[in-house]
Design a protein around this ligand. Structure first.
Ligand code: N01
Length: 479
């Protein structure tokens, strides 16, 4: 088995495969270290927006998380620690970028190209994730800027920000963590907001040594906490986030209250009112974002950007913001991974082209015409309400069940039938229609050009896990 990517998904696949007795396993990772998104995103303030204990792998707990919401260095260290903890070193090839994969029907295996030479594998698993190719906005003059210019996911730690005039474009999950972290240090910060996000309180705090010791001594206490965090989020999804319901309105009221409590200036508050319904974009959580915007050295700019110049940004109405450093907190292009790593299945079918009509996968994991190819966190298996680690784990077990079946029946290949995939998609679209995750009225990376949500699972995690527990063999072509 060849696994692409050594982030949360790839590492989980490797650990559980080893535990299932599968030794013929290689994880290839383009970076020089494991960790995936948590290795790459090192911008100031980077942290998780899911509680730490819930964000860890269930089979690799960490009793001593230091905060309710762990910061990036602690999560990256946790993931690096998994390599020694589960003896994965000899199964991981770092600094090796996969550049393409072709299904060889004669030999029933994948021929995989890397920048270090070719590889072959009976089973190919993508743990590439969706959020690692930066979306660079097409703002006129952007590259004429003469000062340091970088994206949040490629933070340049060599650039001092102290007393500098810093511009940040974007107000998504990355920006709302970054802005409070750098605002006290910079001389002046201009935040360019195109669409105000919904923000909820975060309640982040340190987890003290006594509690950490308790979680060490009493694993049941940690499991109880995790279960509480899980079910709270599931209850929200089950009881209303599938429709624009009373619960959605309650959430909007709570977010507006959070804004009122933290911002006293009515003009600033008006600029921060989201112009779309709750859930259409990712809901953000922060205790310190609004207070950072109220600082005297921070300006929230809501005008339209006309152009970037060598020394700053000019707005549509002609106002000029002189800047020393410009940061793009403009998010990611979720389709870029598979466009850059062409996956060619049966009869020369290219995955990106097979998805011409709509990005879709059977159970979010497999695609008809692509035998023995599994995706972790594939289409519509991200989450807006709970920890994606739980989805990854369900998918990893599903892959292992497929492999066990292949071994038991001595199969060379497995792939879903087009009919099963279409049925699956119809069920998904029925769940999506009327859900808050596909309501229109906003643009977000969750959606394709036609406004269809191709990123999120619109149900509870429990419902997804139930659907994944036992593969339905009548859904597959087994050869
Ligand atoms: O990116 P985003 P992100 N001119 O796409 C703006 C995960 N994540 O990196 O809303 C002006 O959310 C754009 O404006 P608009 C999480 O899943 C997790 O912040 O399109 N502005 C928006 O404000 C998240 O959803 C954590 O009008 C432009 C921003 O840039 C995902 O990553 C932490 C523009 C992009 O927001 C992406 O979050 C961080 C333009 N031309 C991220 N183009 C955790 O805590 C774009 N924008 C786990």
């Amino acid at each position: 088995m060849l696994v692409i990517g050594a982030g949360f998904s790839g590492l989980a696949m490797a650990i559980r495969s080893r535990q299932a007795g599968l030794d013929d396993l290689l994880v290839v990772e383009k970076a020089e270290a494991v960790g995936g998104t948590w290795h790459e995103n090192t911008y100031p303030g980077a942290a998780c927006d899911i509680p730490s204990h819930l964000y860890a792998l269930s089979f690799a707990p960490k009793p001593d998380w230091s905060r309710t919401y762990a910061a990036q260095p602690e999560i990256a260290a946790y993931l690096r620690g998994l390599v020694a903890r589960f003896d994965l070193d000899r199964h991981i090839a770092l600094s090796t970028a996969v550049t393409g994969a072709v299904w060889d029907a004669t030999r029933s295996l994948w021929r995989v190209e890397t920048d270090r030479g070719p590889l072959e594998a009976r089973v190919l698993v993508s743990g590439m994730g969706a959020l690692h190719h930066p979306a660079i906005p097409a703002i006129p003059g952007l590259h004429s800027f003469l000062g340091p210019l970088f994206h949040t996911s490629a933070w340049d730690h060599g650039v001092p920000l102290k007393d500098k005039r810093v511009g940040v474009i974007g107000t998504g999950a990355s920006a709302i963590q970054l802005v409070p972290a750098i605002a006290p240090e910079v001389g002046r910060l201009v935040l360019f907001q195109r669409t105000a996000p919904w923000v909820m309180p975060r309640h982040d705090r340190p987890i003290g040594a006594p509690l950490q010791a308790l979680f060490h001594r009493l694993p049941a206490a940690r499991r109880l906490l995790r279960a509480g965090q899980f079910w709270l989020r599931e209850a929200q999804a089950a009881s209303g986030f599938t429709r624009v319901s009373g619960l959605t309105r309650l959430a909007e009221a709570a977010s507006r209250y959070h804004l009122r409590r933290q911002i006293s200036d009515p003009a600033l508050r008006a600029k921060l009112a989201p112009p779309y319904r709750f859930g259409c974009k990712r809901v953000l959580i922060s205790d310190d974002y609004y207070p950072a915007l109220a600082r005297p050295n921070v300006t929230l700019e809501t005008g339209r950007i006309r152009t970037v110049t060598p020394d700053g940004v000019i707005m549509a109405d002609g106002r000029h913001h002189p800047l020393d450093v410009l940061v793009l907190a403009t998010g990611f292009d979720p389709t870029a991974s598979l466009a850059r790593v062409p996956v060619v299945g049966r009869d020369g079918l290219i995955l990106a082209r097979a998805w011409g009509e709509r990005v879709a996968a059977h159970r979010g994991v497999m695609v008809a015409g692509f035998p023995n190819f599994f995706m972790l966190l594939g289409p519509n298996t991200g989450l807006g309400h709970n920890s994606v680690v739980l989805m990854i784990e369900a998918q990893v077990e599903y892959v292992l069940a497929c492999l066990a079946e292949m071994r038991a029946r001595d199969l060379a290949a497995i792939e879903p039938t087009p009919e099963a995939q279409a049925r699956d998609l119809a069920g998904l679209e029925a769940r999506l229609s009327g859900s808050i995750w596909q309501q229109g009225g906003c643009a977000s990376w969750y959606q394709d050009a036609a406004g269809r949500n191709i990123a999120l699972w619109p149900g509870t995690v429990v419902a997804y896990r139930r659907a994944m527990r036992v593969p339905d063999w009548s859904d597959f072509v087994l050869t």
